[in-house]
Design a protein around this ligand. Structure first.
Ligand code: FMN
Length: 197
């Protein structure tokens, strides 16, 4: 690994490297307008048949929903995400109505599409000076019940959004991990022609 693990091997826009997932947040409030601008970016993601399967549920700190949402996270994630400004739960609709069809059928690409929307969200937040941190560590069954998510929707991730805080505010074990992470080389991930990865 090089001294700075966050260097692109090929020419790309800086935004892709600038985005990273911290755990130290400042606990400042976020306006609904700002939060919705991140979800707006997600809305413009591509999806199969333009079916737009993604769904976003959110709570902002200092609002009545905040404690309810925090309670969905596992203990580890709650320990740092409690200082975030917003929490978003990302779900997707598992069926869709194909063009010309009258009935819903399984949407085979809803997870792929929704991952793309999350990427838009994270990049827009980063471009606006905010930070996001995706979390698999939340209670899916409890989230379904607590937020009244109906059948036919899958749950994917929770996301903490906030302004970058001082890493000294984190528990000691987490301070060392509060750095942008490296990536595997592209040659391990992409091949021309046959799969030889
Ligand atoms: C779907 C998803 C789930 C994740 N779950 C957690 C989590 O539960 N707790 C956590 O601290 N980080 C979690 N992360 C953060 C990843 O570890 C992080 O994005 C990854 O190490 C890459 O680092 P970077 O985002 O700073 O580039 C998750 C990220 C994603 C996209």
């Amino acid at each position: 690994m090089s001294a700075n693990p966050r260097v692109a091997d090929y020419a790309i826009n800086d935004q892709f490297i600038q985005r990273w997932s911290p755990r130290a947040f400042t606990a400042e409030p976020i306006s609904e307008e700002t939060l919705l601008s991140f979800l707006e970016a997600a809305r413009w993601a591509p999806s199969a048949y333009n079916s737009q399967p993604w769904r976003f549920l959110y709570a902002r700190r200092d609002t009545p929903n905040w404690e309810r949402y925090l309670g969905l996270l596992n203990e580890f994630n709650r320990s740092w995400a409690q200082h975030a400004s917003a929490l978003v739960i990302i779900a997707s609709k598992t069926t869709f109505t194909a063009p010309g069809a009258s009935e819903e059928t399984p949407a085979l690409w809803h997870t792929f599409d929704t991952g793309s929307a999350w990427g838009h969200l994270a990049l827009q937040a980063s471009l606006s000076g905010w930070y996001t941190h995706g979390m698999a560590g939340f209670d899916q069954a409890l989230t379904r019940k607590e937020l009244k998510i109906p059948e036919g929707y899958d749950l994917h991730a929770a996301v903490a959004i906030g302004k970058l805080g001082d890493k000294a505010s984190l528990a000691e074990g987490l301070q060392a991990r509060e750095v942008p992470s490296p990536r595997r080389p592209l040659s391990e991930l992409a091949a021309e022609g046959d799969f030889n990865l």
